[in-house]
Design a protein around this ligand. Structure first.
Ligand code: F6P
Length: 562
């Protein structure tokens, strides 16, 4: 099947039926749905790849879900899922497949690109990673003064940063005793300065992580790291011991001075935000060990198998994707919250932000026509229970709809005090409060029963009422382990694919980031000191010109642009 646009989504009869059904559901409160059906939880929950999804606290009935599945089928979702796994060019604007699942596929799988099975090179790279990781962790690979490595510094940004950083932080309990891992991403010099301040060049291994090997932030940080190394005991001859690169641009890496043997490959058929499963995961593999890295891959593979084979009605990524469409397109929700109730998973919202927003933050369909419906939501979130003391007020009493995913391991790695039981109770109570709410009458009665003077209670009741009917999904799993983490991240990768397929988008390109990079070059030239008049760009808008002037005068103490 050619991966191309279908007829316009909003003209679709299933879409129009859902528009009408959303009006019917607008005044149905989830309290009623739970009251009418004591078995709601068991009917609207499912387990797959070690995860259990409770989606009963959503504003749907059986007929709502049936209509959403009908919409999915009318948009050929089963066929599009199969297209993904068959390696078809689902990245239509770059004429590439999206094969992140190949990075964690069984070794004997056959996944072809231009007629060639890519699995041998995937496996060979995993074997190279394994050998490298073993040599570093066993101290066979040492620094220029023959000391074992104690610190790994990963220099990369976007998908070359967020994914490996998430996995490293999430699996801290599995870290090797000696190796510490640092991540440098930002072009703000404070980022790398704060890392270099605390490490020793003799025992530091730098990983330069860049699919393109052309990202300005990463190259500039690598230059600083290299200079720091050369000015602190290192020399050109020993760079090879301390600098390794992961890139699809082998030539650029070698031109930069990375030794050929120290370059691990990436491939065009894996997007940056989907690349943590590749050699971009080296910082993770170095800290948690290759066995745990392979367990991470196995967890994701389990979710891949589920996504490819489960019927839509029992398919976890499909259900999450459709519920997101339901709120984005039929209830006007602009955002979606990711709320991990696990300190180690605190980096999950940031990774999913890039995964979701860089994939589906699009405005044209595969055929280039502008969409006439909402597409990717704004992803936000933070760790629970902290968020309850920061932004949950808006979730409970705000005017905006912000569906939320509560992600909660059943066990902790650190059973201190009564903490995990309290944390878990918090998560459940939040989803219950969001669904159930508290009516004004209930608030009034509560205050009167507590002896609040009637006049005061009556005045306060509207302020204490909580509307409820706020949707949430709850994802449970035994513990945050390499397997469950792999399955969890893959779940969101596939949810994003489901929504992109329904919205008729190319979820695997990111043309929107190019303009900023282009304009950045011109503006950078305008900020250089001693810029001759002839070098000034005249045709600048007054805001940009005025701000440049303020920057140029920053040392003069004069901040009034003329
Ligand atoms: O500019 C966006 C982006 O290309 C992301 O998609 C990517 O993850 C990041 O920049 C880093 O790119 P690279 O790995 O090529 O340095």
């Amino acid at each position: 099947m050619a991966y191309e646009s279908l007829p316009p989504l909003t003209a679709n009869t299933e879409w129009q039926a859902l528009t009408s059904h959303a009006r019917d559901m607008a005044n149905v409160h989830m309290r009623e749905l739970f009251h009418q059906d004591p078995g709601r939880f068991s009917r609207f929950s499912l387990t797959a790849a070690g995860l259990t999804l409770d989606y009963s606290k959503n504003r749907v009935r059986d007929d709502s879900l049936a209509q959403l599945f009908a919409l999915a089928r009318s948009r050929q979702l089963p066929q599009r899922i199969e297209s993904l796994f068959l390696g078809e060019q689902v990245n239509t604007t770059e004429q590439r497949p999206a094969l992140h699942f190949a990075l964690r596929a069984p070794a004997n799988a056959s996944i072809t690109v231009d007629g060639e099975n890519i699995m041998p090179q995937v496996q060979a790279t995993l074997d190279r990673m394994e050998s490298f990781v073993w040599r570093v962790r066993s101290t066979q690979w040492r620094g220029f003064s023959n000391k074992p490595f104690t610190d790994v510094v990963s220099i990369g940004i976007g998908g070359s940063f967020l994914g490996p950083k998430l996995v490293s932080a999430s699996l801290k309990p599995y870290w090797h005793g000696r190796l510490n891992c640092h991540y440098v991403a930002n072009i703000d010099g404070s980022d790398i300065t704060e890392v270099l301040r605390h490490i020793d060049p003799e025992t530091t291994l730098f990983l330069i992580q860049s699919k393109s090997f052309g990202t300005q932030e990463t190259l500039e940080n690598t230059k600083v790291a290299r200079e720091w190394f050369l000015h602190n005991g290192g020399c050109e001859q020993t760079i090879g011991k301390h600098f390794v690169a992961v890139t699809a641009n082998d030539a650029a890496a070698r031109e930069f001075g990375i030794e050929a043997d120290n370059i691990f490959p990436m491939w065009d058929w894996v997007g940056g935000r989907y690349s943590l499963w590749s050699a971009i995961g080296l910082p993770t593999a170095l800290t948690i060990g290759m066995d745990n890295f392979r367990a991470l891959l196995a967890g994701a593979q389990h979710m891949d198998r589920h996504f490819r084979t489960a019927p839509l009605e029992q398919n976890m990524p499909v259900i999450l994707g459709l519920l997101g469409v339901w709120y984005s397109n039929f209830f006007g929700a602009d955002t979606h919250a990711v709320l991990p109730y696990d300190h180690y998973l605190r980096g999950l919202p940031a990774h999913i932000q890039q995964l979701d927003m860089e994939s589906n933050g699009k405005r044209v369909r595969l055929d280039g026509q502008a969409v006439d419906y909402q597409t990717g939501p704004i992803i936000w979130g933070g760790v629970g229970a902290n968020g309850q003391h920061a932004y949950h007020q808006l979730l409970h009493q705000g005017t905006r709809l912000a569906p939320a995913d509560f992600i909660m391991p059943l066990k902790t790695h650190n059973p201190v005090g009564d903490h995990h039981r309290i944390l878990f109770a918090n998560g459940l109570s939040q989803t219950q409060a969001l669904m159930h709410g508290k009516t004004e009458d209930e608030a009034l009665k509560e205050m009167l029963d507590a002896g609040v003077p009637p006049a005061d209670a009556k005045a306060l009741a509207p302020h204490k009422a909580i509307p409820g009917n706020k949707p949430s999904n709850t994802l449970l799993f035994d513990k945050t382990t390499p397997e469950t983490l792999g399955a969890l991240i893959a779940l969101y990768e596939h949810k994003v694919f489901v929504q992109g397929a329904l919205w008729d988008l190319d979820s695997f390109d990111q043309w929107g980031v190019e303009l900023g990079k282009q304009l950045g070059k011109d503006i950078l030239s305008q900020l250089q000191p001693d810029l001759p008049k002839a070098g000034r760009i005249k045709a600048l808008d007054s805001s940009t010109a005025g701000l440049i002037e303020l920057y140029r005068r920053r040392d003069s103490g004069c901040h009034d642009p003329d």
